[in-house]
Design a protein around this ligand. Structure first.
Ligand code: 6PG
Length: 248
């Protein structure tokens, strides 16, 4: 699928463009099906977009009560740890919104990684009433990208990127000193209706070129390059700032 690349010409425009895109996608999904299921990205980049979505007009105009939130990946750290993706999302967005608590599917990070992945997958299967082999279809999948081309916690040359049947798997982080993680798998991401990469900063420019412009097998093998939504009316969109787009 050919990605749509939206270039924002300032930091403020990048945030506003991303927030408006998310808001309209959520509203369209709720108008179409009565619900919107969102897969949230972690890391630092989305924070400003989440904070903007918690402000007006989005706080009032987006049908948050019909929205379900799932975390695309999480580090196995205590909930109050600064590295927690869930903590970031709650502080930046979720605490300010009228989402029913049962619409926020929390990762239990008190368990060992494999158990945490298995229980989160079980929670997804139950919540979305998935038959064996059935994938959840997220209306909006939010992703960031690392400078190594990882996305969610699917890292280059690690086993999780090649998982084809599980929805959620445990994976070590490349940094051996870092916490283990759980992550959605590529089939779940690619089943998404709208997949949106939020990428900004000069440090992401080289890998953005590799993912978006290169046919080199070493580049097309990068996790972010393997995000190729398969839905018939699916969308793959990148919202980038000028710094991240410098090599495109
Ligand atoms: C995570 C994220 C990860 C993130 C990239 C980019 O848990 O770290 O899910 O995929 O999106 O590492 O991180 P930054 O946005 O902080 O650059």
């Amino acid at each position: 699928m050919t990605p749509t690349v939206i270039r924002a010409h300032s930091a403020e425009t990048w945030v506003e463009t991303a927030a408006e895109f998310c808001a309209s996608t959520i509203s369209e999904a709720v108008n179409r099906t009565g619900r919107c299921a969102i897969l949230l990205a972690g890391g630092d980049t989305p924070r400003a977009v989440y904070e903007r979505l918690a402000q007006e007009p989005f706080a009032s105009n987006v049908p948050w009560a019909q929205t379900v939130v799932v975390f695309g990946d999480e580090r196995l750290v205590p909930p109050d740890d600064a590295r927690s993706n869930q903590q970031m999302a709650h502080r930046a967005l979720l605490n300010a919104l009228p989402l029913p608590p049962e619409h926020i599917l929390a990762v239990d990070t008190r368990q060992p990684a494999a158990a945490a992945a298995a229980s989160y997958e079980s929670m997804l299967r139950t919540f979305f009433h998935l038959a064996e082999g059935q994938l959840p279809v997220f209306d909006l999948v939010l992703l960031g990208m690392g400078t190594d081309g990882h996305t969610a916690s699917l890292f280059p040359e690690m086993a999780a990127i090649d998982e084809t049947t599980r929805l959620i798997v445990a994976t070590p982080a490349p940094d051996p000193a870092g916490p283990a993680r759980i992550t959605v798998t590529l089939p779940v991401i690619n089943a998404g209706h709208t997949v949106l990469f939020l990428v900004r900063g000069a440090d992401k420019a080289p890998v953005a070129r590799r993912v978006l412009r290169s046919a080199d097998p070493a580049d097309t093998a990068l996790p972010a390059a393997r995000v190729q939504p398969t839905a018939p009316d699916g969308r793959l969109v990148w919202i980038v700032d000028e710094a991240a787009a410098a090599e495109l």
